[in-house]
Design a protein around this ligand. Sequence first.
Ligand code: ADP
Length: 207
Amino acid sequence: DSGRLTVIAGPMFSGKSEELMRRVRRATIAGVDVLVVSHSLDTRSDISTITSHTGVNIPAVPLGDSAFLAEAARQKDYDLIAIDEAQFFGAELIPAVDELLRQGFDVIVEGLCVTFDGQPFEPLPSFMAVAEEVLRLTAVCTVCGKDAVFHQRLEQKDSPIGSGPAKNAEAPQETLAATAIDASHIGGLDSYVARCRQHFTGADRGA
Ligand code: ADP
């Protein structure tokens, strides 16, 4: 029998990693042999684990390329292959996952479906089109608290990351206030924030 494809997709901070870990934990309890795969380019954490923004982590096998997927899946008699941050693998992941599914492995693909400038981010949209199950998650807008379907990069001058307090003493008050909120949400690890459609301004920034 062919396998079943589940997709977990959304912007940053939408709980994709948490949901992937929850499903992996449940499958393990049920006696399912799970291979958790991450991309070795993902520098968010130790490469042999996947980590959520809440700091929880589980072991994972880092791969540099989707060409190694089939081989890794065959090493043990795995039932389920869970792929974290799938966008790192690029479009090559599509045929690689298709092969796994045809061979009978169940696959969970988790990743960003939108770029920081608001564009569809392959390969997630393609996987969403053909999956048996799609879980589309939203984050919380850091301005208004509504559902955030986007994430955007903080402008460097707004960002406290790695540079201590904003250097520009003349920065408007609301910028400094927003910075404080963002910093608490992202734990100082990176410089992205979740935004709803109304408060998303990322599309016209890098242009
Ligand atoms: P993802 O993998 O989608 O980036 P994670 O599973 O790593 O998400 O982290 C989700 C967690 O991030 C939430 O449970 C919450 O604790 C935290 N978080 C921080 N900022 C936000 C935000 N703006 N919206 C929602 N959750 C946030």
